[in-house]
Design a protein around this ligand. Structure first.
Ligand code: F6P
Length: 549
């Protein structure tokens, strides 16, 4: 179902533009003062997650218009299209079924008349068998030793999910197991991992949807050679497995297809950690915990699919993002988990959001005039309070923040968690309330400054406030909660893609750079000349060659 008019020409968009003008004058401080029930009104409780979106520059009218914008985009139908396997990735003519990977109800999902749940369950069972065999020492290395070092070789979606989730679930790792990740083509990435592991106890997982990605294949070849040099060619069968959709290339690389864990074209790279790509997660935390993560994601899927939009966490997240990005003009988004184990969540979401929605052509093949993906960044609190929070509080750009905090830490030591929680709450409140120049002046006077000193400092010490944030409060970050959290962001991105009328599931924007790198490579290696470059690139090529001589 293609929309005839671009969304920015729609009646609701125009209404939002004019509504935004009046909302820009509203202060959240006043809204909280006038309405004692604001927090309750703009919060959603779902299982162990409390989602508080009351510290946003919105009122009932804003939400009404935004919800109507979603309805006008036929969001309800589009959600069903995704879950039921319609080919919503229109540029690649593929269904988008990461939700089927965690469909714990096991209801049939059909692609071309075939129930994909059968193959999904088979791979899950194979993952269970293999991960248990490795963890219990039944699958041994070539010299009979237990495999305790897991090295995942992959990049982008074949790396970031496992990196993020294994770190998030560190407390659930089996004793004695170690996880390493090689993604970057920079030889340092390989060298640093290989320096730490012993070939006799190392399992390499080559994770690549296409099995053609130059970084992953180059890294995998280097690791394969390292292993063969140490233990001989037959060791590969015991020490290498592949996760891929491309059996032919896996075989060509020299991994037996019996040692391959399959997934399919209907799983996007950045949506793949729920598939065989999650094998390193399963090896680290065990298949039961991996499946708990799937269950959490499934719970969020059900919530997203069946809850009215005004009580629907991913829908509200998405609408707030659109409100800021397209109307208020706040084009960045920070994600700040106050949980050390979640420190890679922002990097994970960077790919998820920006590779999905960083698009400038609509599904109607028109160049888009409105703003799509935000610039997403972040890091773990409280660390980031001591780096970029100066700008978040007093900078001239406004950055809506998502704060994520568990009520209970995995490491309850003294007052650590209370201090952590006090900080996240303080940030949200400070961003919302700010501090007026008058308040700053009075505070300075109270602190003993002279009138002159207070007058000089009062503006520097003031905070504009009225800066938005969401708070995601979980009871504890366990595998289930992690699944819920990540699925919520996936669906947020989906909803935004629907409203912006873009294909959130291709990534054509990464192609040009890859193409050009392939043409520059032979020049750097010294066996090609004369390709046409701009003068800057040409002289940089020359200089690198000279410096490397
Ligand atoms: O950067 C482009 C991309 O295709 C990502 O979408 C993907 O996650 C990554 O490369 C890795 O691809 P593959 O899993 O096929 O090696």
């Amino acid at each position: 179902m293609l929309l005839k008019k671009t969304v920015d020409k729609s009646r609701m968009w125009k209404k939002l533009v004019s509504h935004c003008k009046s909302m820009k004058k509203e202060e959240m401080r006043d809204m909280f003062e006038k309405d004692a029930a604001r927090a309750e009104k703009y919060s959603i409780n779902f299982e162990n997650l409390h989602f508080d979106y009351s510290k946003n520059r919105i009122n009932d009218k804003t939400l009404k218009y935004l919800l109507k914008l979603a309805e006008d985009a036929h969001l309800r139908d589009k959600i069903e299209d995704m879950f039921t396997g319609k080919r919503i990735n229109i540029t690649e003519n593929r269904p988008v079924l990461h939700t089927a990977l965690r469909n714990r109800a096991n209801t049939p999902v059909y692609v071309d008349g075939k129930n994909v749940m059968i193959q999904i369950n088979e791979v899950l069972a194979k993952m269970r068998r293999f991960s248990e065999d490795v963890r219990l020492g039944r699958h041994k290395g070539a010299t009979g030793k237990k495999l305790t070092n897991i090295v995942n070789i992959g990049i982008g979606g074949s790396d970031l999910g496992p990196v993020m989730a294994t770190a998030a679930l560190r407390k659930y790792w089996a004793k004695g197991i170690n996880c390493y990740f090689i993604s970057n083509i920079d030889g340092t990435a390989c060298a640093e991992v290989l320096n730490q592991v012993d070939p006799e106890t190392t399992l390499f997982i080559v994770a690549s949807k296409t099995f053609t990605t130059i970084e992953t294949l180059t890294n995998a070849r280097t690791c394969r050679k390292w292993l063969v040099d140490a233990l001989g060619e037959p060791a590969v069968a015991k020490h290498f497995v592949a996760l891929s959709t491309n059996a032919k290339e896996v075989e060509k690389f020299g991994i037996d297809v019996n040692n391959m864990f399959e997934f399919w074209d209907f799983v996007g790279g950045r949506y793949s950690m729920w598939s065989a790509i999650g094998l390193s997660i399963a090896l680290a935390v065990g298949m039961d915990n991996f499946e708990r993560m799937l269950e959490g994601a499934f719970a969020m899927d059900e919530h997203f699919r069946h809850t009215p939009f005004d009580k629907n966490i991913p829908v509200i997240m998405a609408l707030l993002g659109i409100w800021y990005n397209d109307f208020m003009g706040f084009k960045t988004q920070a994600v700040i988990p106050y949980d050390q184990y979640l420190r890679y969540v922002p990097a994970y979401l960077q790919q998820l959001d920006m590779e999905s929605n960083g698009k400038f052509v609509s599904n109607n093949q028109e160049f888009i005039k409105y703003s799509t993906s935000p610039v997403l960044f972040g890091g773990a609190g409280t660390d980031v309070q001591h780096s970029f929070f100066q700008m978040i509080h007093q900078g001239t750009s406004i950055v809506p923040c998502d704060f994520i905090i568990p009520a209970i830490s995995h490491n309850e030591i003294g007052d650590h968690h209370a201090i952590l929680a006090a900080n996240v709450l303080a940030q949200g409140e400070a961003l919302m309330r700010g501090k007026t120049v008058k308040e700053a002046y009075e505070e300075l006077r109270k602190a003993g400054k002279t009138k002159e000193e207070a007058n000089f400092l009062k503006k520097f010490k003031s905070f504009p406030g009225n800066r938005p944030s969401n708070t995601f409060l979980f009871k504890k970050i366990d595998p289930y909660a992690l699944g819920m959290l990540i699925a919520a962001y996936e669906h947020k991105i989906f909803v935004q893609g629907v409203i912006w009328n873009i294909d959130s599931f291709d990534q054509m924007g990464v192609e040009l750079g890859k193409q050009m790198a392939l043409s520059i490579l032979p020049e750097l290696l010294g066996n090609a000349h004369g390709l046409q470059h701009d003068s800057s690139t040409a002289s940089l090529i020359k200089l690198i060659k000279k410096l490397r001589k």
